[in-house]
Design a protein around this ligand. Structure first.
Ligand SMILES: Cc1cc2nc3c(=O)[nH]c(=O)nc-3n(C[C@H](O)[C@H](O)[C@H](O)COP(=O)(O)OP(=O)(O)OC[C@H]3O[C@@H](n4cnc5c(N)ncnc54)[C@H](O)[C@@H]3O)c2cc1C
Length: 383
């Protein structure tokens, strides 16, 4: 093979791609990052000012080591750029003891020795009175190591750190083709083609429709509105310090999530609707307009479970999610094209892991043994 233009091209510089770019550049690998939109843009899955960080990963106990490693790397990114990105304010999980949210959290805490504080119903109501209409068997779990990440700022910080370490970045550049060759890969954009030893394709919700990639089975892209509300009486009851980031499983399994006001952001809230109510979405459609139908279900839930907020949101944004059949991420080299490494299927819980996934992708792209067992998210499980 003649010397390629670069060792690795990272396609998509959202949460996962930006962290992979940083990790690769930090190892001295020649790396190019290509992004169809701008840095920290608001058309994908990584905008809206905040994301919850938890170590007690209720989605799969195997994610705990990834979350722990991610926390170390978030702290490192904060030190490198002089601005912390992970804020450990603590986090609250509410539900019945056997609910997915509380049961999954307690299982992860027990299996991995994570320090959490169980809160009986009375203690929960006393400490977090904003949460009303608790079910008779609701309890709380307080995780002190949980907290918030700032997604747009984190992505910009990683891209800055990657550039400082030598990465080259092309924004406003759409990758239109990925062509495996005998000993590498060609990455096409309308203006030029790069040759590389490997490509990391971290295109989030665009992954299922990436040109010339073998379709990945069962990925579904859905639309998810995010809403911000102001307190009715302008009091401090809903400020972040008193109303920390939370997930609350309601009767019937619906999950209400959110976090308190942190100027300039109002109280941020959303409902997980991954079932029949999830609205399929074409990521190539750039229309992100909203209608009252986007917050009507939430409005009803709030009146009962979080009274004291104005019924009309002060702001609404639309994000995208990519769902997989088993709720786990999709990562790894394509069996039919080992120089093509894919990363997607975030299932709405991937931001906290972005630094750890970036490191994992850098391992795969440089032939290092990953420090995390990622077999349960390996793309090969579908083949
Ligand atoms: C409303 C909401 C709330 C969430 N809350 C949490 C939370 O509290 N905690 C948590 O851990 N996770 C949460 N998540 C999930 C988390 O935000 C996602 O897992 C994460 O942002 C996914 O990052 P990504 O890199 O896969 O996708 P993205 O950040 O969308 O990045 C994909 C990038 O690829 C680019 N791209 C696409 N196609 C091309 C192309 N052809 N050429 C070049 N570039 C291309 C896109 O422009 C984009 O920048 C939430 C998600 C949503 C939507």
């Amino acid at each position: 093979m003649p010397e390629p233009d670069t060792d690795v091209v990272v396609v998509g510089l959202g949460a996962w791609g930006s962290m992979a770019l940083w990790q690769l550049a930090a190892r001295g690998v020649r790396v190019i990052g290509v992004e169809r939109h701008g840095r920290g843009h608001s058309l994908g899955a990584s905008h809206g000012g905040s994301r919850m960080f938890r170590v007690t990963c209720l989605e799969h106990p195997g994610l705990v080591p990834l979350a722990r490693r991610s926390a170390e790397l978030w702290d490192l990114l904060g030190r490198l750029t002089g601005k912390p990105v992970l804020h450990r304010y603590g986090g609250l999980l509410i539900g019945a003891p056997d609910s997915a949210v509380v049961g999954g959290t307690l299982t992860a805490a027990r299996e991995h020795g994570i320090d959490v504080e169980p809160l009986g119903r009375a203690r929960l109501a006393e400490r977090f009175p904003q949460h009303t209409a608790l079910a008779p068997d609701d309890i709380g779990v307080w995780e002190p190591s949980a907290g918030l990440l700032r997604p747009e700022a984190s992505i910009r910080a990683a891209l800055g750190a990657a550039e400082t370490a030598g990465a080259r970045i092309f924004t406003g550049t759409e990758v239109t083709g990925i062509q495996p060759t005998d000993d590498g890969v060609l990455v096409h954009s309308p203006a030029r083609t790069w040759s590389a030893r490997r490509v990391v394709v971290a295109t989030g919700s665009w992954l299922p429709s990436m040109p010339t990639l073998t379709p990945l089975p069962g990925l579904r892209v859905v639309r998810m509105p995010v809403t911000w509300f102001e307190p009715e009486d302008g009091t401090d009851r809903f400020r972040l310090a008193d109303f920390p980031v939370f997930m609350r499983e309601l009767d019937g399994g619906t999950v209400l999530w959110g976090c308190g006001a942190d100027p300039p952001h109002d109280v941020k809230l959303g409902l997980e609707q991954f079932g029949a109510a999830a609205v399929p979405f074409d990521p190539l459609d750039t229309d992100r307009s909203v209608t009252p139908a986007d917050w009507a279900p939430l409005r009803e839930v709030l009146a009962e479970h979080l009274p004291g907020l104005r019924p009309e949101p002060s702001r609404v944004a639309v994000c995208m999610l990519t769902l997989t059949p088993d709720g786990q991420f999709v990562l790894g080299s394509l069996p039919e094209a080992p120089n093509v490494i894919v990363a997607g299927g975030d299932n709405a819980h991937g931001f906290k892991h972005a630094t750890g996934i970036g490191e994992l992708l850098a391992d795969l792209a440089t032939g290092r043994e990953p420090r995390i067992d990622f077999s349960f998210m390996d793309v090969k499980r579908f083949r």
